[in-house]
Design a protein. Structure first.
Length: 388
């Protein structure tokens, strides 16, 4: 938990725990690290340090990646057992990462619900460039965990439907779509008061987040709108090319015209506070992901009152309404993205209308109390089916 890590899982834990506490539930947070202020009056337990089992230590030395994951699941399970004893847990919610939840469920007495923040089944082709041994191991572990989970939560219908199509799940397994939460001050003014020509992109420089599309679209936009400025925030992980190599930001900028590159301000990774300050001065938020569950980049842009241009994929396609709360374009289509940006630059009042409608949607549908209530109701459904 905390507000410093630029990670959707960390943010969702913080927001959900806060909401559960506000509606009278008793959340307990289990974490490997604490990097910022935690919700007040909510117990936060650090994962314990456990000695490796001899068998797993030997297998790990021989290159068995599964040994690490079995050990990490033992660590999480020990924390769950401690929390169950001291706080009387009814259930545990874990993200799907590496299938740890499935291994943990075999070692604890309370039902384990998996929340689908970013299933590798949907991300591996864009993230790793192919089905490596590591990919296949993670896919197997996560798929097994989905099939044995007491329940599945997903932040978007798109994600849940994809998992249901591509894995074998029990027909009676409880499953529900509940979006991520984000707190907002209804009385606050729209934050994005900067010039409409200032565009902000927050995301990794990689293929999944569509960094290549962002640069191509801005290059096209700059041909007709020399006043446009792009601020790019995020770590440089490289955009994988057809030959398997990685194109990094410095080389990508060097390939642009001098005039275009001069109007791109690459900031690298920034803290949450620094990103929030940039949202205050950039009227347009750009989302270019080729796949997205329900990114906080979108929710944070909505709460800040930025006009959004987004690819029509995953969660954003379900939350954002084209022409009312955002402008949606096909993934990977730089020309369509450039056209949408031109539309907003040429019609500032239109940009402000989209921003206001987007913020209204965020306030109505994504409050921590609302999302916590839905989550608590789902947990009760799971508990009603779980063996005692």
């Amino acid at each position: 938990p905390g507000q410093n890590t630029p990670n959707g899982i960390a943010t969702s834990v913080y927001q959900l725990a806060t909401g559960l506490h506000q509606i009278g539930a008793k959340p307990v947070v289990l974490t490997g690290q604490v990097d910022g202020p935690c919700p007040p009056d909510i117990p936060v337990l650090k994962l314990p340090l456990l000695d490796w089992r001899l068998r797993d230590r030997l297998r790990s030395r021989r290159g068995d990646e599964g040994a690490f994951h079995r050990h990490h699941a033992r660590v999480i399970a020990a924390a769950v057992r401690e929390a169950t004893g001291t706080h009387a847990l009814d259930t545990v919610i874990l993200e799907e990462t590496n299938g740890w939840a499935g291994l943990v469920a075999q070692q604890v007495s309370v039902p384990v619900i998996i929340t689908l923040h970013g299933p590798w089944l949907l991300l591996h082709s864009a993230q790793s460039g192919g089905a490596t041994k590591t990919d296949l191991g993670r896919l197997r572990r996560e798929s097994r965990a989905f099939a044995t989970a007491a329940g599945l939560l997903a932040p978007s219908r798109n994600v849940l439907a994809a998992i249901e199509r591509q894995t074998s799940l029990p027909p009676d397994q409880p499953r529900r779509v509940i979006p991520n939460a984000l707190a907002a001050d209804p009385a606050a003014l729209l934050a994005a008061q900067g010039p409409v020509q200032d565009i902000l992109f927050v995301g990794r420089f990689d293929r999944l987040k569509g960094a290549d599309t962002v640069l191509a679209a801005f290059s096209l936009l700059s041909e007709t709108h020399s006043e446009a400025r792009l601020t790019f925030v995020g770590p440089d992980q490289g955009v994988r090319q057809a030959d398997g190599s990685l194109l990094h930001m410095d080389a990508a900028l060097a390939a642009l015209s001098d005039a275009t590159a001069a109007r791109i301000d690459y900031r690298g990774p920034l803290s949450r506070v620094e990103v929030a300050a940039l949202r205050d001065t950039h009227a347009i938020a750009l989302i270019a992901s080729r796949f997205e569950t329900l990114g906080y980049t979108m929710l944070e842009a909505m709460v800040a009152g930025q006009a959004i241009v987004s690819t029509e994929v995953g969660g954003p396609a379900e939350v954002l309404e084209n022409g009312r709360t955002a402008l949606l374009v096909p993934p990977g289509d730089a020309e369509a993205m450039a056209d949408a940006l031109r539309h907003l630059l040429d019609a500032p009042e239109r940009a402000r209308q989209l921003a206001g409608a987007g913020r209204d949607t965020l306030l109505r549908d994504f409050s921590p109390e609302e999302i916590a209530g839905q989550t608590l109701d789902f947990a009760r459904t799971v508990l009603a089916k779980a063996p005692r």
